[in-house]
Design a protein around this ligand. Sequence first.
Ligand code: KE4
Length: 426
Amino acid sequence: MSSRSSALYARARNKIPGGVNSPARSWGSVGGEPLFFARGEGAQVWDADGKRFIDYVCSWGPLILGHADPAVVKAVQEAARRGTSYGAPTEAEVEMAELVTSALPSIEMVRFVNSGTEATMSALRLARAFTGRNKIVKFEGAYHGHEDALLVKAGSGAAAHGVPTSAGIHPAYASDTLVAPYNNLEAVERLFDANRGQIAGVIVEPVAGNMGVVLPAPGYLQGLRDITSRDGALLVFDEVITGFRLGWSGAQGVYDIEPDITTLGKIVGGGLPVGAYGGRAHIMQKVAPLGPMYQAGTLSGNPVAMAAGLATLRQLKKPDAYRQLDAKGARLEAGLQKAFAGVEVPATINRAGSLLTVFFTPGPVTDWDSAARSDTKAFARFFHALIGEGIYAPPSQYEAWFVSLAHSDADIDATIAASQGALARV
Ligand code: KE4
């Protein structure tokens, strides 16, 4: 009997490319048909056929409080009742800007946009406008959204679908994008030696999430800070995943590095479309209407999205939130380590707080090349076996698992038990 998901997928494919509005949802790298979801609550989601799953995608990161958090839903309802959008400034944007700049001291001024892609696109334009230079450096396996200049050797869905350098990118763009392996400072030094005074900025995921979770080697981020400062290039921390995920002050707080520009997304919208970029005031002065760098958006700082973001951040501001998130991540990591130790399947688990990835490779996994050695077919079998056990893991080897405050110890222990069962079928 065909399921509702399957029937919906058949309809969707007639009208939407691949039946999805983002390739990361297509299950392209794990095979099978993507499930359509109907409802979420806390750590649980229900698909269109009413099947329940413990969710580790959590909308790819925004739902750090879990699905349909009561305070977030209430804030959205109240904001919507007052009106959904004005195309004019509102108090919520001021509150959000004050909250974000108080959490991340490197951000003295911030501009809200509608997605992480808009944030990184604008951050690069700002780096070029501020320095008067054109070239940028990114890292192999990193994903910063579908901005042309950054869809070069990209991670996330681009890596999972084998199109790390997308069709349709103007050659001029690609030629100004320099790519280095993550965690390799010598490669960055070489790029700067060969392009002295020409690099506008280096954009980095301070903890990589889009080749799977890969942590910065000791001294790596400080090395990027030193190299960029010496050359007059800007250091851009893409904290779309790590912002308000790894701590109240993001990865820059955990690693005590001050980037010049930070991009945010996901959590700051609490499940609604919000992105942001910000930095020191003398850099942000370049942004229109203050300065010559133009960037705009009909729904930027939308009051309903701001309400969801504010309601989310206010709960994260509570002192125990990040200790709990880290403890949940550690519980899941320890349980998965034990599950894999009991079988002959080679695996490496990388974790940063409530972010983790199970790589099907002996490891260590420290960059794209080592991540790409993973047995993606084994991962696909594991993914589908978990689905059969009621666990919804990210449908790609090259993504992070997201643990939320709503994941109880019972949810995590059930996930570990399910993984043991799933591994018997990998
Ligand atoms: P969005 O445009 O998807 O809001 O953000 C782009 C982006 C920028 N920077 C980082 C570090 C990101 O991880 C992302 C988007 N993340 C992917 C998942 N790894 C979004 C999922 C999707 O493309 O559907």
